[in-house]
Design a protein around this ligand. Structure first.
Ligand code: ASP
Ligand code: MG
Length: 411
């Protein structure tokens, strides 16, 4: 049995005309001899509408009832779409998460998929050509309904593709693929034919909001190829695949940026064991995510520690720091919200040196000062003043030749 999973997002299912386009995409695969598992989101705006509605009824909606409410959005989509298919004489049926079942843990609103019963699905695929599955939902082992977090239909689709050993998981959306950078910032941004899972994780976590991050982690773990493409065109989109399937000669795949950054500096704390732990433990206990960290000695026996957090968490972080600052000898607590992070991403830099140097020289060419630097094997991030973000992205994009089709590396 040749199985393909096709996921369609909220804008692709918003109304009859759009659903007809979705139907055409499904029929194309049927003609090629595939059994199709279609995963649908709620119609665009529906999940937001339901959340608002709940807030009118309750200041703090009960999480399990919230999930019962939110799963209705996808239920509407799969029922209506299945009607369309059946009217066209296609053997199809709808399936809600709990009917399969897609088992999750009990974390209402952000549940994780634990296991998918494929037996029933395979049985149903013998008598049906299309199964229309509600995305974003599952149930725990006590049959309580759960949802997977915003954008969770992507993860439903990838998990189903993994469980059914599907040839590919196609994610149809309103953008036509993954770009070298944000096309709104850089008009020369180019659609990438392929991107590695790890690169996609870095791009996604930094504002290229194409796929739910968890779906990419899932795809990487189970080696499910994802094809991100547009519902409204026939052009191929971007394949998200294993690293060794990405062109070897490509050094840098994309430039990402993140304006949700705030910088906090503690000056002249004691330079002795336990000080960093004293700072970052209480932050972690309050679920404040720290991104970049730099420590450098200032005076004799003293050191400055600088780190970044999300802007909306800066005030909370400072409150926590104020409580411990005397204990660790901090002279001052400085902070700045007008910063942004620009990152150069590419698995190609694993095997090459000099990428960081090019990035730094490029920023210098526009006189952009680097406030902090962090690196990983596949990423170089620089914290800069926010007002230079767009300029930095465009200049780096050009410096790494991302506006041109990839050629052999030049290092
Ligand atoms: N409907 C859910 C949301 O809006 C899940 C999804 O669309 O993937 O987040
Ligand atoms: Mg989405």
């Amino acid at each position: 049995m040749k199985i393909i999973v096709q996921k369609f997002g909220g804008t692709s299912v918003a109304g009859l005309e759009r659903m007809k386009q979705v139907k055409a995409k499904v029929e194309k695969k049927l003609k090629k001899g595939y059994k199709v598992v279609v995963v649908l989101s709620a119609m665009a705006g529906e999940t937001d509408r339901l959340i608002k509605l709940a807030m009118e009824f309750s200041k703090k909606p009960d999480p399990s009832e919230m999930d019962v409410l939110l799963t209705t959005g996808e239920q509407v989509s799969v029922a209506l779409f299945s009607m369309l298919l059946k009217d066209a004489g296609i053997k199809a049926r709808s399936l809600l998460g709990f009917q399969i079942p897609i088992h999750t843990d009990k974390a209402y609103g952000k549940a994780r998929i634990l296991d998918i019963d494929t037996e029933k699905l395979i049985e149903l695929l013998k008598t049906n050509d299309v199964l229309v599955v509600a995305g974003f939902q599952g149930c725990d082992f006590q049959q309580n309904l759960t949802t997977l977090g915003r954008g969770g239909s992507d993860t439903s689709a990838v998990a189903l593709a993994a469980a059914l050993n599907a040839e590919i998981c196609e994610i149809y959306t309103d953008v036509d693929g993954v770009y070298t950078t944000d096309p709104n910032v850089c008009s020369n941004a180019r659609k990438l034919p392929k991107i590695a899972y790890d690169e996609m994780l870095e791009m996604a976590s930094m504002g290229a909001k194409v796929l739910q991050i968890r779906s990419v982690e899932f795809a990487k773990k189970y080696n499910v190829p994802i094809h991100v493409r547009s519902t409204f065109s026939d052009e191929p989109g971007t394949l998200v695949v294993k690293e060794d399937e990405v062109m070897e000669s490509v050094l840098v795949s994309g430039i990402a940026y993140d304006k949700d950054q705030a910088r906090i500096t503690l000056t002249e704390v004691y330079d002795e064991p336990g000080v960093a732990a004293a700072i970052f433990e209480p932050l972690a206990a309050h679920n404040i995510v720290v991104d970049m960290i730099v420590q450098n000695p200032s005076h004799e026996g003293r050191t400055d520690i600088t780190f970044t957090v999300s802007r909306k968490e800066m005030d909370d972080a400072i409150k926590i720091i104020d409580r411990i600052k005397d204990e660790i000898g901090a002279k001052e607590v400085l902070y700045d919200k007008n910063v942004a992070k620009v990152s150069v991403i590419g698995v190609g830099m694993r095997n090459h040196s000099g990428v960081a140097a090019i990035a730094f020289r490029t920023l210098k060419s526009e006189n952009i000062n680097i406030l902090m630097i962090s690196t990983s094997e596949i990423k170089i991030s620089c914290l800069i003043e926010e007002k230079y973000t767009e300029l930095a992205v465009r200049t780096l994009h050009e410096a790494f030749g991302l506006d041109k089709e990839p050629q052999m590396e030049s290092l």
